[in-house]
Design a protein around this ligand. Structure first.
Ligand code: GLA
Length: 415
């Protein structure tokens, strides 16, 4: 029931009780009876996220190493109609050594790690699974990194090209032939992040060796030897693999972060995606969508978030808010100054509301791939406990973030 309707009901009651009052402004009623308005409106909107707005799929990142926690699993089951494996489908999980594949289906049918994600999806309400991520500069198995030390420089481009193609072929094939049921049979995965995080914040491509403070290469081995064309090749290989396995509807995404804080990066991503958009394999486009990770902070300006979503919407492709979480920490901070905690929590919860609202205001229904929250509760978040970045606290109880996000998904609840 819309607020306007409820306000109108209250209006007629007030008018009946107070004949002299010819005209009572709705705003006055809302001010007089806010609790009545909230009682009625909250009762009409589901408290289960996946039911709040049938035009927005709500997803969560999940991690098989958390499944022993019943609260975690129950929340994953209840609230989300899409899931993304936080780590279980990255290259170092699926293909840890050159000759080992860990899809979790052994010849004797014993379940292994990666079988759990499909099982969660099937057992708990036929969830959509978004694959993450085929080609990334991180989460590489050591045997791939070793190409730089054990292969002559002249053959590294060909070697890495062969490795990348084999990984995409095998992974897309496996999940294309893993059916969730239905008639005709539906493949379990509906989509893949094909390339993740190709750009630096200044809009240049990751490439040259660039070690961070922990010794991880934040350059990209793929670009370093294969050149910029690795991005297009990855998408072509993914589309070809999907077609070879009769997976006609698989959606292929480019995924990255920082659209909201770097215009240079936003433009670089836009330009690359627009370059890929007309390309086809067997008549099918090689790219279908773009993911904005949206790892943001309590003080990220809403205008920048809207501009980022708007620009990605203008690609005409599917738009996925792919990894949403909102940290209470400022850049470089490891703890929130106590005096600012309440203020930051308030800003954070408003942003949860406003991101959900902006998504539906900017992205037309046929371009929505949904909003995926990155992790279930604060204990699971890569930001760490002090960031309090998710919808559920460390005991998996709903926080105010949950209610604001829920309300943002359903604009009937707009104050
Ligand atoms: C990036 C990746 C994710 C995850 C986060 C940190 O956003 O795309 O898979 O590793 O970093 O949680």
């Amino acid at each position: 029931m819309k607020k306007v309707t409820i306000a109108a009901m209250l209006l007629s009651i007030m008018l009946g009780a107070c004949k002299k009052q010819e005209k009572v402004e709705t705003t006055t009623l809302l001010q007089l009876y806010p609790e009545k308005i909230m009682d009625v409106t909250t009762a009409t909107v589901s408290t289960v996220l996946q039911e709040v707005n049938t035009d927005i799929i709500v997803g969560a990142a999940i991690n098989s190493n958390r499944f022993s926690n019943t609260d975690y699993k129950d929340l994953a089951k209840l609230h989300y109609n899409s899931i993304t494996a936080e780590n279980d489908m990255k290259m170092n999980s699926l293909n840890p050594t050159k000759y080992t594949w860990d899809f979790g289906i052994l010849g004797n049918g014993i379940e292994e790690k990666n079988e759990k994600i499909p099982n969660l999806a099937k057992d708990y309400g036929e969830k959509r699974i978004h694959g993450h991520a085929l080609v990334w500069h991180r989460a590489l198995p050591q045997w791939v990194k070793d190409v730089e030390s054990n292969t002559p420089v002249g053959v590294r481009a060909d070697t890495l090209n062969a490795i990348m193609k084999r990984h995409i072929d095998k992974t897309v094939a496996f999940y294309s032939n893993y059916y969730k049921g239905g008639t005709p049979l539906l493949p379990l995965l509906r989509s893949w992040d094909v390339v993740n995080e190709a750009y630096y914040d200044d809009g240049s491509l990751r490439g040259n060796l660039n070690l961070d403070s922990e010794g991880n290469d934040i350059g990209s081995i793929w670009k370093r030897y294969m050149g910029e064309i690795y991005i297009e090749k990855a998408f072509r290989y993914a589309r070809l693999a999907a077609r070879a396995n009769q997976n006609w509807k698989l959606k292929l995404f480019y995924n990255d972060y920082g659209h909201e804080y770097s215009t240079a990066k936003l433009n670089a991503i836009y330009n690359k995606v627009m370059e890929l958009k007309p390309m086809k394999e067997g008549g099918d486009p090689i790219i279908n969508g773009v993911g904005l990770q949206m790892h943001i902070r309590y003080n990220t300006p809403l205008t920048s978030i809207k501009a980022a979503i708007q620009k990605m919407k203008e690609t005409g492709l599917l738009v996925h808010i792919a990894e949403l979480d909102i940290s209470l920490l400022g850049s470089g901070e490891t703890a929130v100054p106590a005096a600012d905690l309440t203020n930051r929590r308030n800003l954070q919860k408003s942003l949860y509301y406003n991101v959900a609202k902006a998504y539906q205001e900017i992205v037309p229904i046929d371009q929505r791939w949904g909003i995926t929250l990155w992790n279930i509760g604060d204990a699971d978040s890569a930001w760490g406990l002090n960031a309090e970045a998710t919808l559920f606290d460390t005991s998996y109880q709903k926080k105010q973030n949950f209610w604001n996000f829920r309300d943002g998904l359903n604009l009937q609840l707009t104050p």
